[in-house]
Every structure is written in structure tokens, then in C-alpha cells.
Design a protein around this ligand. Structure first.
Ligand SMILES: Nc1ncnc2c1ncn2[C@@H]1O[C@H](COP(=O)(O)OP(=O)(O)O)[C@@H](O)[C@H]1O
Ligand SMILES: [Mg+2]
Length: 339
């Protein structure tokens, strides 16, 4: 098998995070089971890589693995590497990871109300993050907080910096979260469904803010969503996840023009429309196999209209298409290289 371009570009200096054959496991019924399986993916400088897939496909567990925030004892990284800034994040101690988190790698999650402290002014919360990583005076910290609020498009930032979270709308709170996340000028931002709780118009505005910041700061983004409409708006490249594996990887234009894995096709047919306020994908018939019951063959076979006997006997590899080396597809039927 010819490796994917993203698999061989380790040394290339346009790669910010190189995820290699990552396996993240949960202890269930006395045994370890893979929730993320053989995940190889790299995030390049200045790009937004979207991780898309139905609920339960392993997107959040991928993000938590990178951040070193997996639940202790019940979860572990069973195999693979997370190469970032010349280090393998899987080998860092909890303290070392804490320094990376919020500094070089920042994150934004779905629920701004639960991540913001309701009893602290937003300026102080931004300030805490700034001071944890940069030695600034109180006055400088406040000025920096105002600047960050302006950068994420909060009007009257000079005054709003002294407000409490409940004085902001949902969309504005999510902007505050983004301001906190970018306070230390991270090289990589992990965004896990950051706009899912927002209505469609506000969602588009927040995506616009993230995209602007990415361009202004030269930041890279790993953007997690179950919504292909959002992918179309923000992503440069897309990795489609199914049952813990990447099943298709391509540029956003290529993916929408030539969806090739049967699962991607099904997702596109079930796609929620951006102009409608719909959070969930229309269901694809059948169910995602459970962690404790992964088939030996292709994980999608039981739901696949193109299934052949070999699909249930062997597991396909994520390999580039013969016609396009930048387009990876994990399917025997659609990609002769997947053997
Ligand atoms: N604490 C846990 N214990 C056991 N299994 C878990 C736990 N957390 C998540 N999982 C399983 O890991 C898989 C991936 O979950 P997740 O990454 O949260 O999915 P997504 O973010 O794509 O919706 C799911 O099958 C989920 O049930
Ligand atoms: Mg999730």
C-alpha cells in the first residue's frame, strides 16, 4: 500500500500535529476495547481539518486523547503516536500536558455556560488564562482581554469585559470562550461541536469568527462536527469517521464533489441543511457496531448497500485512490488500494 501523503509528511514543516496509528481504548467488562482505531491523520499549518461522523464515532475521544484529558483508569492510549512540536504527546506527564493545553493547544467545547465560571467577570476569566502562560501586569492583562474580546467581535468590549457570563447571549458566550482559547495564541485549536448549541444565524457568525482568527493568527484547527453543512462552511480538508476509524479523507471540494466511501454517501444524503435549524442527521438504516462487538471485517458492512462477501472477512485499509493520491478511502469496493 502506498502511504497517504499525510502519513509521510512527518518531517514536512507544514505539519502541526501528526496523529499516527492512534488507538484509544476503554475498559469494558474486564477488557480493553478500541473507541479510536488505527487513526492516522495530520493537521497542517494554517488549515481547518474537519472531523465529521455520527454521534459515537469517536470524534470527541480523539480530541480528548490529544489533550490528555481521557478519563483516568477506564481509558488509555493503547497504541500510536501524537507528534506535536517535536514531542510525542502520548509520552508526556500530566503536568507537561497541562502546559501544552491552553498554551500551544487550546480548545473550545459545545457548552459555554458550563465551562465559564458564573461568579467571575469574563475579563478576569480571560485574564486567568493569559497570566497562566504569559507574564503580564494586571493593567496589561486587562488591556489584552479587551483586545481579545474585540477580536472575537464583541461590541463595546471596554465595558463588556466587566460583565458576568449570564449577561451575554449564547452566541456571545461562545465568543468569550473562543477569546479565552486564543488568549495564548495557540498553534492548534481543537473545537468540539463549538456551534452545535447555537441557532443557525449565530452559528454562522461564530464560524466566521473562528475562520478569521485562523487566518489572522496563522492557527490550525481540528474542527469536530456531526454536521456536513458546517463542514462545507469552514473546512479545508475533511476526515469522515465511522466506528472509531477514518473511512474517507479528502479536501472539502473533493469530498463534496466525489464522495466515495458508501458511508460518506449515506451521510451526504442524510445531511441537515444549513438553512434549517436541525441538529441531527436523518438516520442511516441500521446501527453503528458497539465497541465490544466490532466486526472483523469492515465496520460499515452491516449497513452498506455495496457489501460483498470479502467486506465481512477482512478489514479494509485507508489508502489513497489510484486516481487521486490526496483522497483516501477505506473501502474494498470503491478503492482497489484498500487491500
Ligand atoms: N467513559 C466511557 N466509557 C466507555 N465508552 C465510552 C466512554 N466515553 C465514550 N465511550 C464510547 O466511545 C465511543 C466514541 O465516543 P465519542 O468520541 O464521544 O463519540 P462522538 O464524539 O463521535 O459522538 C462511543 O462508542 C462511546 O460510547
Ligand atoms: Mg462528541
Amino acid at each position: 500500500m502506498t502511504p497517504l501523503p499525510s502519513q509521510v509528511s512527518v518531517a514536512a514543516d507544514d505539519v502541526v500535529l501528526d496523529i499516527r496509528a492512534l488507538r484509544t481504548e476503554f475498559m469494558i467488562g474486564g477488557q480493553w476495547h478500541g473507541a479510536v482505531r488505527d487513526l492516522t491523520l495530520s493537521v497542517r499549518k494554517n488549515e481547518t481539518l474537519a472531523l465529521v461522523g455520527e454521534s459515537g464515532s469517536g470524534k470527541s475521544i480523539t480530541a480528548l486523547s490529544i489533550l490528555g484529558l481521557l478519563p483516568e483508569k477506564v481509558a488509555r492510549i493503547g497504541a500510536g503516536q501524537l507528534l506535536f512540536g517535536g514531542r510525542d504527546l502520548t509520552r508526556l506527564s500530566r503536568d507537561q500536558l497541562r502546559d501544552v493545553r491552553g498554551g500551544e493547544i487550546a480548545m473550545v467545547f459545545q457548552e459555554p455556560m458550563t465551562s465559564l465560571n458564573p461568579t467571575m467577570r469574563v475579563g478576569e476569566q480571560i485574564g486567568e488564562m493569559i497570566r497562566a502562560h504569559r507574564p503580564l501586569s494586571a493593567k496589561e492583562t486587562r488591556e489584552e482581554a479587551v483586545k481579545l474580546l474585540l477580536q472575537v467581535g464583541i461590541p463595546s468590549a471596554e465595558r463588556r469585559v466587566d460583565d458576568y457570563p449570564h449577561q451575554f447571549s449564547g452566541g456571545m458566550r461562545q465568543r468569550v470562550m473562543i477569546a479565552i482559547a486564543i488568549a495564548c495564541r495557540p498553534t492548534l485549536l481543537l473545537a468540539d461541536e463549538p456551534t452545535t448549541a447555537l441557532d443557525v444565524t449565530i452559528q454562522a457568525q461564530v464560524l466566521g469568527v473562528l475562520d478569521k482568527l485562523k487566518r489572522e493568527q496563522g492557527m490550525s484547527m481540528l474542527f469536530i462536527t456531526h454536521n456536513l453543512g458546517v463542514v462545507a462552511l469552514i473546512a479545508d480538508r475533511v476526515a469522515v469517521m465511522y466506528a472509531g476509524q477514518v473511512v474517507e479523507l479528502a479536501s472539502v471540494t473533493e469530498l463534496f464533489a466525489k464522495p466515495t466511501h458508501p458511508y460518506t454517501e449515506a451521510l451526504l444524503k442524510a445531511m441537515p441543511r444549513v438553512d434549517r435549524d436541525s441538529d441531527d442527521l436523518a438516520p442511516i438504516p441500521g446501527a453503528v457496531p458497539s465497541l465490544i462487538n466490532m466486526p472483523i471485517g469492515c465496520a460499515f458492512a452491516n449497513r452498506c448497500p455495496l457489501k460483498e462477501p470479502r467486506c465481512e472477512q477482512e478489514s479494509p485499509l485507508l489508502a489513497p485512490l489510484p486516481t487521486n493520491g490526496d483522497h483516501g478511502v477505506r473501502c474494498f469496493v470503491r478503492n482497489p488500494e484498500a487491500l
